[in-house]
Design a protein around this ligand. Structure first.
Ligand code: SF4
Length: 392
């Protein structure tokens, strides 16, 4: 449909969103019918944490926009949040530092996303549960049996493949991480990788990678949703699960398995120092005049032009700050292999490999705009297909 014919185009968009809304309503009814009762009254939990109704409404508006949905979906986002604790989750830990769990669950000033994570129905989480040894193993077996095909398998940590996987053994029977991961993921409704370790291997996979560690998708040959970052932002995780509750499907992903709504644009596109980049005002040395004035960190090795993530938009610690705001350039932690290629370099990337920052900035900008538009289009088309009973 040509955009030129405005009223026809508007009708078509309205129809798509109305179909998507119907699909969402049916899906939410299914969630309420098929999944266990919420373990906690979410509104009461919000009140306990001092989050007012007004703050919650503000959060639902922000989350609706972040998920690339029009405002009519705000009540559905609120409903999905209230039903968040119905979703059974089995959370596995492999080769990692548990920093992602720590970052998500130990917020000093929890926002609505952090509170949602507090209420999540964790059927199994090695760091948080009291059980250990055989009892822990039984808990895991019971969870994957009781919720087969319905639970979300969340994975933190890479899988070492060396020595037949024996660099990582777990539990009283000494199973390898690869064995446990295969058993659990084969029964899950979806596999969500939290953090750069489970997404791509991260520091464990950095050269020389003695244990042959890799991300989950590569180790098992399965598709995963990759909430990349070291650590990632809790908003990107909760938003992805809210989308799953609302539509019964995962959001559109980019070629690296990252949700487009959260990773569709570069750090450089949202960065508050961008006007300085455009005006060629750069920090040339730590502590210089430019550093004091908050100029662009590109020449100090900021990898924002090469890194796809929404850190500048959603920030960390209840939206207070993020690394570039704090004065350090982006290290590229949402990109594969960033320890080997980006993080240690306090200078722009090699021009031969990456085409030079400025050139790359322009090139990536064009690709990115295409990717973001494609993401929105995929969302609408996928929704249309689902509604018409087509194959997802
Ligand atoms: S290079 Fe880094 S600091 Fe400069 S505008 Fe881009 S993201 Fe921001």
């Amino acid at each position: 449909m040509a955009k030129g014919n405005n009223s026809e185009y508007k009708k078509m968009i309205d129809k798509q969103y109305s179909d998507l809304m119907k699909h969402c309503q049916v899906q939410m009814e299914k969630v309420e019918k098929d999944l266990p009762e919420p373990k906690e009254d979410f509104q009461a939990v919000l009140k306990e944490h001092g989050v007012s109704r007004r703050d919650f409404i503000k959060w639902t508006s922000a989350m609706t926009a972040a998920l690339m949905l029009p405002p009519i979906f705000r009540p559905m986002v609120a409903k999905a949040a209230e039903n968040f604790s119905r979703l059974p989750v089995v959370w596995l830990h492999f080769a990692e530092c548990t920093g992602c769990s720590e970052a998500f669950l130990r917020s000093s000033y929890p926002n609505v996303d952090d509170i949602l994570l507090d209420t999540i129905s964790l059927e199994y989480h090695e760091t948080l549960m009291a059980a250990s040894g055989y009892q822990a193993e039984q808990n895991l077996e019971k969870a994957i049996k009781d919720f087969a095909g319905k639970f979300i398998c969340v994975i933190e940590g890479a899988l070492p493949r060396g020595l037949n996987g024996k660099y990582l053994t777990l539990g009283p029977k000494g199973k390898t991480g690869i064995q446990v991961a295969k058993e659990v993921t084969s029964k899950a409704a979806a596999v969500v990788c939290i953090g750069a370790c489970s997404c791509y291997g991260n520091i464990q996979a950095a050269k020389p990678n003695p244990t042959d560690a890799v991300g989950i998708s590569k180790a098992l040959g399965i598709s995963t949703v990759n909430i990349a970052g070291c650590p990632p932002n809790s908003v990107n995780f909760t938003g992805t699960l809210l989308h799953y509750l609302m539509f019964g499907s995962l959001p559109p992903l980019d070629s690296l398995g990252r949700p487009v709504w959260a990773y569709g644009k570069r750090i450089h596109d949202y960065c508050e120092r961008r006007p300085h980049y455009d005006a060629s005002e750069f920090v040339e040395e730590w502590g210089d005049k430019g550093a004091l004035k908050g100029w662009c960190l590109y020449k100090m090795g900021c990898k924002g032009p090469y890194t796809y993530a929404n850190c500048a938009k959603v920030r960390f610690n209840d939206g207070i700050s993020w690394p570039i705001m704090g004065g350090h350039g982006c290290i590229g932690c949402t990109e594969p292999g960033f320890w080997d290629t980006m993080a240690p370099l306090e200078k722009p990337l090699d021009e031969k490999t990456y085409g030079g920052g400025e050139k790359t900035v322009d090139k990536i900008g064009i690709v990115l705009t295409g990717a973001a538009v494609a993401g929105i289009a995929v969302h609408a088309v996928a929704s249309g297909v689902r509604h018409s009973g087509g194959k997802k």
